[in-house]
Design a protein around this ligand. Structure first.
Ligand SMILES: Nc1ncnc2c1ncn2[C@@H]1O[C@H](COP(=O)(O)OP(=O)(O)OP(=O)(O)O)[C@@H](O)[C@H]1O
Ligand SMILES: [Mg+2]
Length: 247
């Protein structure tokens, strides 16, 4: 099942936030999701200890360059989506994580440093293609976008990236208190208190739209039921006498 990875070599670009929002929304939609915490700081795994565990959502801690491949192989069998939160920096773990992904999302806040960190990820993806013949689909995902930013400004950034042949998600993750508060509350945004968090409904709507786009880009392959496979092999029924006469 698809492996989606959030990567930007720059620290604080918004990888963990976007990975958690995505994983949480995928689980809310009914998908089985495993989130791999590959950050040595283990923020997500520490956060998980305060979250109500559900059978749909698991967080796997202590992912490193040595164990990521085996973990992904095992978790893909049991989940609809495997979501990987990579740490910043250019490391062997980054290269391995990217190479094992079906789609890489590069969160970029629009600032130059962030974009440079994103460009390093895009460069590695290009090298994987040119030197190893491995094509990994990827998209830039704008994040921490001000809710009052003009559509024109956003279109300009998208246009610039599109000129370089980089796909950009149409839905940015807006700067919202809910995306910060989920860490303090130790829970996914849907479990936050609407009385206590400003614009929670808008944050939820934003998450729904983002994940709608992600699931369209990276759908779960449809399993063909055994019965359908068998019926496809079943020989056509013999013609009845009436049908023979009509022929
Ligand atoms: N859309 C958003 N709205 C509000 N705050 C955000 C948003 N995205 C990220 N943040 C905040 O920005 C900071 C950095 O985000 P995050 O931890 O997700 O980045 P990161 O790329 O995972 O960092 P690191 O490289 O250290 O792992 C955090 O304080 C987070 O709460
Ligand atoms: Mg992080």
């Amino acid at each position: 099942m698809p492996v989606i990875t959030f990567a930007n070599t720059k620290g604080g670009a918004g990888k963990t936030t976007m990975a958690l929002v995505t994983a949480g929304e995928l689980a809310r939609k009914g998908f089985r999701v495993a989130m791999l915490d590959a950050d040595p700081q283990q923020w997500v795994s520490r956060w998980m200890t305060r979250m109500a565990k559900t059978s749909k959502f698991s967080i796997v801690a202590d992912i490193d360059a040595d164990n990521i491949e085996q973990n992904i192989k095992d978790l893909k069998k049991r989940n609809d989506y495997v979501v990987v939160d990579l740490p910043g920096g250019v490391t062997p773990l980054l290269a391995k994580g990217l190479g094992l992904s079906d789609h890489v999302f590069v969160p970029v806040q629009g600032c130059a440093l962030d974009a440079a960190g994103g460009a390093q990820v895009l460069d590695i993806l290009k090298k994987l293609q040119s030197e190893c013949g491995i094509h990994i689909a990827h998209s830039v995902a704008l994040t921490r976008v001000s809710s009052i930013i003009t559509t024109r400004a956003l279109l300009a950034v998208k246009g610039m990236l599109a000129q370089q042949g980089v796909h950009v998600l149409a839905t940015p993750l807006i700067e919202r208190a809910a995306y910060r508060d989920m860490f303090d509350a130790g829970t996914l945004i849907d479990a936050l208190d609407p009385e206590a968090v400003s614009n929670l409904a808008k944050a939820q709507d934003n998450a729904r739209l983002l994940v709608e786009e992600i699931t369209q880009l990276v759908p779960v392959p449809v399993k063909v039921p055994k019965a359908a496979k068998t019926s496809a092999k079943t020989p056509a029924p013999r013609k009845t006498t009436a049908a023979k006469k009509a022929a």
